[in-house]
Design a protein around this ligand. Structure first.
Ligand SMILES: [Zn+2]
Length: 234
């Protein structure tokens, strides 16, 4: 094989590695975004559970206040009841007091239900807090992994890019230009094998003269169809 082709194949290998590493780096912001979204969901769930708990507490307090106010009214009615001398009024006060007492019982029944709901809600809040703490720890771990990966890729990239630059200086300038152009435009394959008279880049059959030129290995042949640089494969 021509030395120039050998050099280009090594160059192409490094260029592919560089491309792959850069592609990996490119997805990390998305990976981070997905991680953070999971955390946002967990936080929102916890907040919603807490809000529900607060609403139940507010409802319970409101009922307590209603009961207190009705009790105060009953006290007042009792006073009026004992102060009156009219039997009719006495009866009316008694009835009204009964009505208020029934209302208080109804409110207290509902209050009991709200208190039971609040009790189960407290368990849900505790679970949501626990889940959030776990989600935060997981997020921190995963973000750290991504950071470490980014760093490792950075180190690798620096090394390979330095090697790539050194390798490129060994290739003749015009050939390097052609290679660079092909690598960029031909889907990361500038130098391809010729297998059974077929270009493995575009899968077209080559003319006998190009095939012969490739096998002879004395000059640099190009596929007539796609322009890629050829070397003799198996
Ligand atoms: Zn081709």
């Amino acid at each position: 094989m021509l030395k120039a082709i050998e050099q280009l194949l090594v160059l192409q290998d490094r260029d592919r590695k560089i491309r792959a590493l850069k592609a990996e780096l490119k997805v990390t912001p998305l990976e981070k975004k997905n991680l953070d979204e999971a955390l946002v969901r967990s936080t929102a769930h916890r907040d919603a559970q807490k809000l529900k708990g607060q609403e139940l507490e507010i409802a319970r307090k409101k009922m307590e206040m209603e009961v207190d106010s009705k009790r105060a009214t009953i006290t007042k009615l009792n006073q009026q009841k004992f102060e009156t001398r009219k039997n009719e009024e006495y009866q009316a006060y008694t009835e009204e007091i009964k009505r208020f007492e029934a209302e208080i019982r109804a409110i207290e029944d509902r209050e009991l239900e709200v208190m039971e709901s609040a009790e189960s809600q407290r368990a849900l809040i505790a679970q949501a807090e626990k889940d959030l703490t776990e989600a935060q720890a997981l997020n921190a771990r995963q973000n750290k992994n991504i950071e470490e990966k980014v760093q490792a890729i950075g180190v690798q990239l620096t090394e390979i890019e330095a090697e790539r630059s050194r390798l490129a200086t060994e290739v003749e300038e015009d050939l390097l230009d052609t290679y660079n152009r092909l690598f960029a435009s031909k889907n990361d394959s500038a130098v391809v094998a010729l297998e059974h008279e077929v270009c493995t880049g575009c899968h077209m059959k080559l003319t006998p003269s190009t095939a012969a030129k490739t096998k002879a290995g004395r000059e640099i042949p190009h596929c007539e169809q796609c322009g890629r640089i050829l070397y003799a494969g198996s």
